[in-house]
Each structure stands twice: as C-alpha cells, then as structure tokens.
Ligand binder design. Structure first.
Ligand SMILES: [Zn+2]
Length: 231
C-alpha cells in the first residue's frame, strides 16, 4: 500500500453506455494455438526491432528517468499492429488503430486478460509506423514482472483488450453495431462463413502481458523493460 501511485494521466471517463456493440473481449486476442513467434525473444521478431526503436513520440526525458521508484519498472513496447488479421479474425485497419491509439493511455496492465491480476498501468500510447506503441509502469513486486525482468521466455508479448462501436462489412460497406446482426449479414446476405471482423470506433480498455501457455493474438507485440533490475 502506498508504494504505487496510479498515474493521473487517465483517459476521461468514456461513455461505455454509448457503445452498443460489446464483443466478448476477455482473452479474445489471446489464443492457446501455436505461434510462430520464437521463444525467448519476448515475443519480438528480429525484424521488428527497427520499428520498436522508433518511439519518436515519447518525450525525450522519459527514457532517461531511472527507476521512478524502487518499486516500479518502466517498460515500452508494441501493443498492436495494424493491417494484419488477429488469430481470432479481427482485422485492425490502419486508420482505426491510429484513431484509437491514445485510448490505451491510463488503462490497467494485467496478465492474460485476467482483470484481477493487475501488475501496473499504461502510461502513454501513440500510433507510429503501423504500430500502437506504449509505455507503461509495472510493479516490481509482481511475480510476472519479475519474470519479465529475468527475461523468462514464457513472457510472450502483450494483447489488447478493446471494445468497438461497429463492424463494417468489407464487401458492401454496411456497418453493424450489433455483432449478431453483422454475423447474420455475412452468412445470409454475403454467403460468407469464414470472414474477418473489421472493428471500427475502437476503444482500448486495457493491456495484458501474455504468459505461456497463452500467446498473443497478434504477432510482433512486445514488452521491454527500460529500467529495472536495480535494487
Ligand atoms: Zn455486406
């Protein structure tokens, strides 16, 4: 108690009630199926390092700050990538990721989409080069954060928790606030049974560290300590 202060940079209260389309979000971007992300790389593929090193939006001093307190660790990473389809068939179009990027700011950082396992919070977030980048403050006294600091290969990356307002049919452009109506349209009008969801009006609710056996629904996510490991 008292060692951890939730950052005041919280998003203003959002009108959750206005979002009529609330897909099942818990663990939706996490799957137990196989992944091509190599083990032991923090869920980062080598070719992503270049992009990860952009973070041009982060205030210059942010990474210079040593441990903000002895109890927390500052991390950065990629939460989501646009224009790729997640393992559960969500296609996050670039413009929507750009528009929604800052809603991740101030949200809770949990483990494997379990809202009772809070290990910190997202401090800041921004879209850059097709990636939703973030910085976060994690609590060192959490075992999962110790796993991260110890470079435990079971830490596989991160996964977003999101709501969205509508699904858009990629064939006719019709928009659906209700996911069942959208699915019905795809089945009965478009006669398509294996389709991708295209969320619009995305509002991020949180971020999860993904630990095996779960793997991120999107490849190329990451969580990288900037400080930490010091007494
Ligand atoms: Zn259609």
């Amino acid at each position: 108690m008292g060692e951890y202060v939730f950052d005041p940079l919280k998003e203003p209260k959002k009108s959750q009630e206005a979002i009529s389309c609330k897909p099942k979000t818990t663990a939706e971007e996490t799957t137990s199926q196989g992944s091509t992300v190599p083990v032991g790389s923090f869920g980062i593929r080598p070719d992503y390092y270049k992009v990860l090193e952009s973070f041009s939006w982060v205030p210059k001093d942010a990474f210079k700050i040593e441990d903000r307190s002895k109890d927390t660790v500052f991390v950065k990473g990629v939460a989501l990538r646009s224009d790729i389809v997640s393992k559960n068939h969500r296609h996050y179009v670039d413009e929507e990721v750009l528009r929604s990027a800052r809603t991740l700011r101030g949200t809770a950082f949990v483990v494997n989409h379990d809202q009772s396992r809070i290990i910190g919070h997202v401090e800041d977030s921004e879209y850059e080069d097709g990636a939703l980048e973030y910085t976060a403050i994690l609590k060192k006294n959490k075992p999962e954060v110790q796993m991260l600091l110890n470079k435990d290969p079971r830490v596989r990356g991160v996964s977003v928790d999101a709501d969205y307002r509508i699904n858009k049919c990629i064939r006719c452009g019709q928009e659906f606030a209700d996911i069942e109506q959208f699915t019905k349209h795809m089945h009965e009008v478009e006669k398509v049974f294996n389709f991708n969801y295209e969320p619009h009006g995305i509002h991020f609710k949180g971020l999860s560290m993904v630990i095996e056996p779960e793997v991120p629904g999107i490849e190329g996510t990451s969580v990288i300590p900037i400080t930490g490991g010091k007494p």
